[in-house]
Design a protein around this ligand. Structure first.
Ligand SMILES: *[C@@H]1O[C@H](CO)[C@@H](O)[C@H](O)[C@H]1NC(C)=O
Ligand SMILES: *[C@@H]1O[C@H](CO)[C@@H](O)[C@H](O)[C@H]1NC(C)=O
Ligand SMILES: *[C@@H]1O[C@H](CO)[C@@H](O)[C@H](O)[C@H]1NC(C)=O
Ligand SMILES: *[C@@H]1O[C@H](CO)[C@@H](O)[C@H](O)[C@H]1NC(C)=O
Length: 372
């Protein structure tokens, strides 16, 4: 059926902006044997090991830039099982925090950003994508929470989440005893991602205090949104999780937003301005920055195989983190926020535009455009 996604978005925008996305609580059936305090009291806080997955999820087309999905089906069940294997492997290697790339569960839909109107990728794959998306509290969600508990790790996840009406690009931070510390939706999926997933809310931009430092999360192009960076950095993170979908080898001159040169620049500049360790997790290559301007990052080699090097590790001294909730004298502060307002060029009209206001895409709209 012919369907204009632009029409859908205008309808969605015209519709109520009050549709709330209920954020999930932990399932009461999941009980860790030990509390976070008990587990972490055994850790050496001067040597906390951060781990970033760089291997692809199940059935994801390779090589890295391939967008050939012919005959390919997503498989959330098998991807969750593979994710659990990586969590175990990382924990056995001494990891205290394990981070997965953007919507690794159940796979970033490479190809959704294309030139076709209507979106040919969505016409072919939207139904499969919806079917494989995780619902808060479902079997796969609970298996992932159990993965944090069984391996006694902080688990930083990114998944495609489904409620009764929408899909969201979700980030979760789960504690070693299985507490959900962060459950957020990407505030503005980038480019044509916005035809599949619904926007999150600014309220979700929260940094949480943990015994290993203050932790926050953003996803991919959010690192280019001044408001997302500012709101997070004003809360002073010690460890920032940045999830991207893919990072190809350096040096491909035909790429723009997908180029690794662009991604690592965003991450390193964030680590510097935010004075935070930065875990850039992405299929292809993951990079961990120890914090601030420190240029001694850790990254896999472009030619490492996924079997030999599925995970990148970096240990940090978490007792050296500032662990403060704000810094009034910092560049990212309430005072500089006032200055942004005062200094905003007066010749630019105060126009909300169409990019920033919240909008939704419903599962019904996606199902209607499906040609399979
Ligand atoms: C820090 O922890 C990692 C992971 O357990 C370990 O491999 C490394 O040897 C430790 N470093 C020090 C200095 O103890
Ligand atoms: C995942 O496995 C469950 C059974 O545990 C099954 O009901 C479900 O259909 C599977 N999901 C997909 C998307 O294949
Ligand atoms: C460079 O990127 C293009 C996509 O723009 C891709 O088709 C090509 O395979 C890439 N080259 C290498 C060497 O990965
Ligand atoms: C960790 O940082 C603290 C605070 O800066 C310092 O006192 C301590 O010596 C450091 N420990 C290690 C193992 O580097």
């Amino acid at each position: 059926m012919a369907f204009s996604i632009r029409t859908a978005i205008s309808i969605a925008l015209a519709a109520s902006l009050t549709v709330a996305s209920p954020l999930a609580q932990n399932s009461p059936s999941q009980r860790a044997k030990r509390s976070d305090e008990d587990i972490i009291s055994k850790w050496d806080l001067s040597n906390i090991t951060l781990a970033a997955i760089r291997s692809p999820p199940v059935n994801w087309p390779l090589p890295i830039l391939s967008k050939n999905w012919d005959g390919v089906k997503f498989d959330i069940n098998a991807t969750v099982d593979l994710g659990l294997q990586y969590m175990k492997q990382a924990a056995e290697h001494g990891a205290n925090l394990v981070a997965f790339p953007e919507v690794w569960f159940h796979g970033y839909p490479k190809g959704v950003i294309n030139e076709d109107h209507p979106n040919s990728w969505l016409q072919k794959h939207a139904s499969d994508y919806i079917d494989n998306s995780i619902v808060a509290g479902d079997v796969n969600w609970n298996k992932l929470v159990q993965g944090a508990i069984d391996n006694e790790i902080y688990l930083a996840l990114s998944l495609s989440e489904k409620d009764t009406i929408h899909l969201f690009m979700t980030q979760l931070l789960i504690s070693p005893s299985g507490k959900i510390l962060i459950h957020r939706h990407k505030i503005r999926p980038g480019g044509r991602e916005r035809e599949l997933w619904t926007d999150g809310k600014l309220d979700d931009l929260k940094v949480v205090t943990t015994p290993i430092g203050r932790i926050g999360m953003l996803s991919c192009a959010e690192h280019t949104y001044p408001e997302a960076n500012f709101i997070m950095q004003a809360q002073t993170e010690d460890i920032h999780i940045g999830a991207w979908p893919l990072t190809p080898p350096f040096g491909n001159k035909t790429l723009d937003y997908e180029a690794t040169e662009v991604i690592v620049s965003l991450a390193h500049s964030y680590a510097n301005i935010g004075n935070t360790a930065f875990v850039l997790t992405s299929v292809g290559s993951s990079t961990i920055y120890p914090g601030g301007a420190n240029p001694r990052w850790t990254r896999n080699n472009d030619d490492d195989s996924y079997t030999d090097v599925p995970i990148v590790y970096r240990s940090v001294n978490s007792t050296a983190f500032p662990r403060i909730t704000y810094n009034a004298d910092n560049g990212v502060s309430w005072a500089s926020f006032q200055n942004i307002n005062l200094g905003f060029p007066t010749y630019i009209p105060q126009d909300m535009g169409t990019n920033v206001p919240w909008h939704q895409v419903t599962i019904q709209q996606l199902t209607d455009m499906s040609t399979v």
